[in-house]
Design a protein around this ligand. Structure first.
Ligand code: HEC
Ligand code: HEC
Length: 147
């Protein structure tokens, strides 16, 4: 009886899970990254930027978009490893001066996706386009298609 229940539950999960895949948590999984890189803004998902963007950013945290986001060397290396491992696999083809972007908000698809889509009110509330969570309630879980 017990065995049947387990088999049934597994079959049920297999049927239901694909439908729920959309709601899977695709947010930052590494705790250290979540804490340190989520202190001033939400922790951005590494898959938005290629490895070179992350290593460039992580090599100059003292000058991080006008802020000092310095870390001790051990934490810096651990976080960098997580970001690189989970980075976007391909570099962007069309980039200004051949330099990969450091900002998600400057990526071509990002600009295209948001052009004409953002109301003045939403923008005022968010303050900056970097404030993903102000407009996307699922941003920390890596979900951006919900609104
Ligand atoms: C001391 C505060 C602070 C910490 C800590 C911090 N950041 Fe930032 N970060 C900022 C500010 C300020 C901006 C610029 C936001 C803006 O332009 O509105 C920014 C922007 C960014 C952007 C670009 C967002 C965009 O516009 O597309 C990325 C990517 C980023 N940070 C990654 C990280 C990572 C990775 C860490 C952890 C190593 C980190 N940040 C830690 C303050 C911080
Ligand atoms: C001021 C509001 C606002 C901010 C801030 C914002 N977005 Fe958006 N975003 C939108 C709107 C509106 C759309 C278009 C409607 C939609 O598809 O949800 C959109 C669309 C998207 C899409 C395409 C969704 C899809 O599947 O069609 C992605 C991905 C996305 N945003 C990511 C981000 C990320 C990452 C950030 C932060 C770096 C961000 N957005 C910041 C409002 C915003």
């Amino acid at each position: 009886m017990k065995k049947i229940a387990i088999v049934t539950a597994t079959a049920f999960a297999m049927l239901v899970l694909p439908a729920n895949a959309k709601h899977k948590d695709r947010g930052v999984k590494d705790e250290l990254t979540k804490t340190e890189c989520g202190a001033c803004h939400m922790p951005f998902q590494p898959r938005f930027l290629p490895a070179i963007s992350w290593t460039t950013m992580m090599s100059d945290l003292a000058n991080h978009f006008g802020e000092d986001a310095s870390l001790d060397e051990e934490s810096r290396l651990k976080i960098q490893a997580y970001l690189v491992e989970n980075a976007r696999k391909k570099e962007f083809k069309k980039v200004k001066d051949g330099v990969q972007p450091l900002r998600i908000t400057e990526i071509r698809w990002f600009v295209r996706e948001h052009r004409g889509e953002v109301s003045k009110r939403a923008m005022e509330k968010a303050g900056t386009m970097s404030n993903c969570a102000a407009c996307h309630s699922g941003a920390e879980r890596g979900q951006y298609d919900d609104d």
